[in-house]
Design a binder for this molecule. Structure first.
Ligand SMILES: C[S@@+](CC[C@H](N)C(=O)[O-])C[C@H]1O[C@@H](n2cnc3c(N)ncnc32)[C@H](O)[C@@H]1O
Length: 300
């Protein structure tokens, strides 16, 4: 466990529940996406242009494509097919599971610690007539994954482990449930390798505090967690700049909110939102925050 963690587990769980109960419908689903709670992976020209409000990108076709492409890029090494059984650990409101069921006709079990997310994901699956392929279970992925030993082909974990207090236990659980030869494909929020404690406090602590995260890993702290769980690490890297337009979106949002901040708006709700957007924008802009992804295999 990272030494930078400062929050205790029961407090963290409450913080995460409060955070997503407060933010899911009115922030994430209004502002970002109706189905994906993760960053986009952009092709040139897809990033929505800045607007007066800075917040009109949710339905723009390029942005919608970039969010779905992020899933495609992450799962590409997993060789998912119609017979695969996939676990989506930290499944959000079900966008990834639905995307996979539509694309491959495979079975997906989403796991989430937030009951609201389970409800929203189950409703989306019902509405699309995909409930026979998709199931959503309440659970804390950092403790236990609700699947039998050696029963799962692929585990997907998109921008969720940053919320976990025990990532080593999560990876041990992933290893337990995967079949030999099965893979975990994941993306996560990271701080830049080599950042000093002072830089972590200045750039990363505001992110972890405002986004309900106990701490972030960097690449060099993550790799041993993956290997200690027994995995063969196949790759660990970034997105070669295809994630950069996310910063542009955060810059627009930041500029938009800054006007209100300078005008003296200081309700707790506003300040909470402003701190979230500002911390991520500045951490990313100044090179201390990054998005990483990795692929690891349980040896045959
Ligand atoms: C940023 S969202 C990403 C959601 C989804 N993977 C996606 O890409 O849309 C993080 C998700 O992880 C879930 N989560 C956080 N901590 C968790 C835990 N300990 N166990 C299971 N789910 C968790 C949250 O409720 C949320 O749905």
């Amino acid at each position: 466990m990272s030494s930078k963690i400062k929050i205790e587990e029961p407090h963290l769980k409450k913080k995460i529940l409060d955070y997503y109960n407060f933010n899911t419908k009115d922030l994430y689903m209004e502002l970002w996406s109706r189905d994906h709670l993760h960053f986009g992976c952009f092709e040139p020209g897809e990033c929505p242009e800045p607007t007066e409000t800075g917040a009109e990108f949710r339905d723009s076709p390029g942005f919608v494509r970039a969010l779905a492409r992020m899933v495609d890029v992450i799962i590409a090494p997993a060789d998912i097919g119609p017979d695969s059984f996939v676990v989506d650990a930290g499944c959000g409101i079900g966008g990834t599971a639905l995307h996979l069921a539509r694309k491959f006709g495979c079975r997906v079990m989403g796991v989430n610690i937030v009951p609201l997310h389970i409800d929203l994901a189950s409703k989306m699956a019902d509405d699309e007539g995909l409930s026979d392929l998709l199931g959503f279970r309440l659970g804390d992925c950092s403790q236990h994954l609700p699947a039998e030993d050696n029963s799962v082909d692929v585990v997907i974990n998109i921008e969720s482990a940053c919320h976990y207090i025990d990532r080593q236990q999560f990876l041990r659980e992933v290893y337990r449930i995967l079949k030999p030869g099965g893979k975990i494909v994941a993306s996560d929020w990271l701080y830049r390798d080599g950042a000093s404690d002072e830089e972590y406090e200045k750039y990363i602590r505001p992110i972890t505090d405002s986004w309900a995260l106990p701490s972030l890993e960097c690449q060099s702290s993550y790799v041993p967690l993956v290997k200690n769980a027994g995995f063969r690490l196949l790759s660990f890297g970034g997105f070669d700049g295809k994630d950069a337009d996310n910063i542009r979106i955060f810059r627009n949002l930041h500029q938009f909110l800054l006007k209100f901040y300078m005008a003296g708006v200081n309700t707790p709700e506003f300040l909470n939102l402003f701190e979230k957007i500002r911390s991520l924008y500045i951490g990313w802009r100044d090179g201390f925050f990054e998005l990483g992804h990795y692929v690891a295999e349980k040896p045959k």
